[in-house]
Design a binder for this molecule. Structure first.
Ligand SMILES: *Cc1c(COP(=O)(O)O)cnc(C)c1O
Length: 426
């Protein structure tokens, strides 16, 4: 191990890390099921599914076999002027799974880029309709939509991690989530006042992830959708974290769709799309959005095309992941995880320094008060055999859906124990 770790670390720049003080990362040699094996032989139970991706656990034989088959015949080919079966099958399957006429799929390789494409679609949609002045975007407090420049401008400007770049990002409009009557009134007024200049509203449905694991109900999401329709503003639903079962339905927006039957105009997918195996993202548009780009005018076309878009290996992995959602009882597993998280995280609620406990689907979050020693919490959990990565003031669990109840109890008891130690000032 020492032949690659120390020399290599001298050349690596780690994500979201102050490199002067960040603890040495743990060297991983293998993964299996819900476990990460370290170079020293220890195993950690993954409480966060590798940044919310590995919904079927690691090394699922069905996904591995699909990728191996694909690797032997067509690992990659450019996607302009050429198409292939894995991408076309996947597009068809995503369209069938998503509500309404969300039926045109544009593939990219990361969530941030999927959001960028959604923004381009929304702004150009209005331009193509002769409404070029409709180009600003409304986002919500506590939102997170990515780390690229256009998406940074849609993250929470104060609590998000991008305040530093304030002057160099496009200027967008932040709203409060309309969770009560007066906020609903204010939101509706915002769209009524600025609607003429607004291209779209973007929202993370039901759970705002990296902005703090904040949760809202389906009625709030339905209200946002209705308000957008009333005021002629497109609705972009960022399902990058919530998509593929995480909140209890295949897509979180289904819960609001049952209340209003309103279908989002554009949906962004990534994270669990390939079951945590290969990078892939998709921006899916409704028929009317796509049709606004059909024209004799060449400048009406969507000018975007990542070099590796629709990579066949990633599409094969995503198709295999969707097979698993069909064959295995994933949503039932999510419901069981939800019940267990609710029962076992409830004990944290009484601890000093705990502000709130929230659970939705296979997401359990404990929000802390006071200063939080993130590195200390992470280290203690690893000592207890658990891989978690609390951020800001939130310790959260988002386990693979295949986790059994004994392993899930290991995760919840480690979190409760570490927070009890913190409360006791140990
Ligand atoms: C992770 C995430 C993104 C960004 O995805 P990347 O693949 O990291 O670029 C965007 N939106 C939401 C809601 C996310 O959770």
């Amino acid at each position: 191990m020492s032949d690659w770790l120390t020399p290599g670390l001298a050349h690596i720049w780690l994500p979201y890390s102050q490199m002067a003080t960040t603890p040495t990362p743990l060297p991983v040699v293998a993964t299996q099921g819900v476990r990460i094996r370290l170079a020293d032989g220890r195993e950690l139970i993954d409480g966060i599914s590798s940044w919310w991706t590995a919904c079927h656990g690691y090394n699922h034989p069905h996904i591995r076999a699909a990728v191996e088959r694909q690797l032997a015949t067509l690992p990659h080919v450019m996607f302009a002027g050429l198409v292939h079966e894995p991408a076309l099958r996947l597009a068809q399957r995503l369209a069938a799974l998503l509500p309404g006429d969300l039926e045109r799929v544009f593939f990219t390789e990361s969530g941030s880029v999927a959001v960028e494409v959604a923004l381009k679609m929304a702004i150009q949609y209005w331009r193509n309709k002769g409404r070029a002045e409709k180009k600003r975007i409304v986002h919500f407090r506590h939102a997170y939509h990515g780390d690229t420049f256009a998406t940074m401008a849609l993250c929470d400007p104060e609590e998000g991690m991008h305040a530093l770049f304030a002057g160099s990002m496009p200027d967008q409009i932040m709203a409060e989530l309309p969770t009560d009557e007066s906020l609903r009134h204010a939101f509706d007024l915002l769209l009524a006042t600025h609607g003429e200049r607004l291209a779209a509203v973007i929202i993370e449905p039901l759970v705002q992830g990296a902005g703090g694991m904040k949760m809202h109900d389906a009625a709030t999401l339905a209200f946002v959708a209705e308000s957008c329709r009333r005021h002629g503003v497109l609705l972009i639903v960022d399902e990058i974290m919530t998509g593929f079962g995480r909140t209890g339905r295949m897509f979180a927006c289904e819960e609001a769709n049952e209340l209003t039957s309103i279908v989002p105009d554009i949906v962004c997918l990534s994270k669990a799309l390939t079951g945590g195996t290969l990078p892939l993202a998709a921006t899916v548009a409704r028929r009317h959005v796509f049709e606004a780009f059909l024209s004799d005018d060449p400048s009406a076309a969507l000018m975007h095309g990542p070099t590796y878009m629709a990579n066949p290996l990633a599409c094969a992995a995503a198709n295999a992941s969707l097979d698993l959602f069909e064959r295995e009882p994933r949503l039932t597993q999510v419901a069981a995880i939800e019940a267990q998280l609710k029962a076992e995280l409830a004990t944290c609620r009484e601890l000093a320094g705990v502000a709130a406990v929230r659970v939705k689907g296979a997401i359990g979050a404990v929000e802390l008060a006071g200063t939080v020693d993130l590195d200390g919490l992470r280290r203690r959990c690893a000592e207890l055999g658990v891989w978690v990565r609390p951020f800001g003031k939130v310790v959260y669990l988002m386990p693979p859906f295949v986790i059994d109840s004994a392993d899930l109890s290991v995760l919840t008891s480690a979190v409760c124990r570490v927070l009890a130690e913190r409360a006791a000032g140990l």
